[in-house]
Design a protein around this ligand. Structure first.
Ligand code: IMP
Ligand code: MG
Length: 192
């Protein structure tokens, strides 16, 4: 078997790399330790917002030694564009009971704050023991609804990014790093 490192083909669609694969790995490990420290020996009910948080959740949970229950919810807020289409909607809800549970919500990125505000409000109505949020990326400058995450991987500037779960029209989620898409590729694509 060849040991030559092949660059991911989608790399050539990036204008720049914002967070490298190595930085993500280091930070995700550290975040896992921060979460473990916060919850002590408690069990955590992790709610991952798919599809975007899939890769982050899978890697992060390997570094959380607590007993964990895992659920996923699906929210739709973007079409095939780099701009939010407005109000997020929950299109697939929780399957686990979260009453009296410590809920940790995981998302890929905190942008306008609308998604996490909606999901947090929805979960709070179910009387959990606590709700905390963890995001890999935080675009603080873009907030439309006041919202602070409890655990943040990286603060990033207001640029549309793809990779490590984040998509543009469902593409690029499998890139191992986080990068800025070339501007000429950010127009609504013909192949969407
Ligand atoms: P919010 O509701 O505006 O905070 O947006 C959260 C959701 O928007 C995230 O879960 C992402 O799916 C999506 N999103 C926001 N910014 C980006 C980006 O730069 N690239 C890809 N998706 C993004
Ligand atoms: Mg998302």
């Amino acid at each position: 078997m060849s040991t030559t490192l092949k660059l991911h083909p989608s790399h050539s669609d990036l204008e720049s790399i914002m967070v490298s694969e190595a930085s993500i790995k280091r930070r995700v490990k550290r975040l896992g330790a921060e979460i473990a420290e916060t919850y002590g020996d408690e069990e955590v009910t992790v709610v991952s917002i798919i599809n975007g948080a899939i890769l982050f959740t899978a890697d992060l949970l390997r570094f959380v030694p607590n007993p964990v229950r895992l659920d996923c919810i699906r929210i739709s807020s973007y079409g095939n564009d780099t701009k939010s289409i407005g109000k997020p909607k929950m299109v697939h809800s929780l399957t686990l009971d979260v009453t009296n549970r410590h809920v940790l919500l995981i998302d890929d990125i905190l942008d306008t704050g609308k998604t996490l505000a909606l999901v947090t409000q929805t979960i709070l109505k179910l009387n959990p023991a606590s709700v905390k949020t963890c995001v890999l990326l935080d675009k603080k400058g873009r907030r439309e609804v006041p919202f602070n995450a409890d655990f943040v991987g990286f603060d990033i500037p207001d640029k549309f990014v793809v990779g490590y779960g984040l998509d543009f029209a469902e593409r690029y989620r499998n890139l191992p790093c986080i990068g800025v898409l070339k501007p000429e590729l950010q127009n609504p694509p013909e192949w969407a």
